[in-house]
Design a protein around this ligand. Sequence first.
Ligand SMILES: N[C@@H](CCC(=O)N[C@@H](CS)C(=O)NCC(=O)O)C(=O)O
Length: 212
Amino acid sequence: MLKIYGHPGSRAARPLWVCRELGLQFEHVPTHFADGGTKSAEFLAINPAGRIPAIDDDGFCLAESMAINIYLAKKHGGELAPKSLEDEARMLQWSFWAMTEVEKSLLAVFMQRAELPPGSEIEKYFRERSPKDPAVEQAAIKALQHPLSVLNGHLASRQYLLGDSFTLADLNVASVFSMGLAAKFDFSPYPNVQQWLGRCVSRPAARPPKKS
Ligand SMILES: N[C@@H](CCC(=O)N[C@@H](CS)C(=O)NCC(=O)O)C(=O)O
């Protein structure tokens, strides 16, 4: 059985979203970084880098959220997976773009704005990595202007990154942009991005099912 390691509030949200889109059976192990879970011997045997998400698919262990998403989508096929070499290349282009051009700055905004229980482990984790500094937030917002304008322009003539339908390219990029939603980032100067992101995250599979 496929096992997904990682707290749902972390980048593990990315493969969890893929699994729900594909209707996969899986076991979720909510390993957390703030309580030492990612440093345990059991987890380091899955991912020696000590980062979530990671998966164990019947003995095949893999880390890095985007690599996991691509592996799962290609293994299980369906509507998410690229249908041609060109679509695969575009999906990779947008996934790498989100990770290299957007994620670091959006994460900086998220970490600066996150409201965390005072004195908690998670607060300690965030503030060690990102001490409160308005200049950091402003610099990150400025750095996002160019990539957001690029995406806004791309989406002026299409509903989704590769055309008319939602694919893994959208899931990968929207899962990075979700950090902006959590940080109440103002996407309104980029209306095409705002609408596209709304379309992506309003998919039923984008969030965990409600507990009954
Ligand atoms: N590039 C990696 C980043 C993974 C990563 O940094 N995950 C964080 C949680 S979202 C983590 O495991 N942090 C553990 C730590 O900082 O010790 C990916 O996309 O999977």
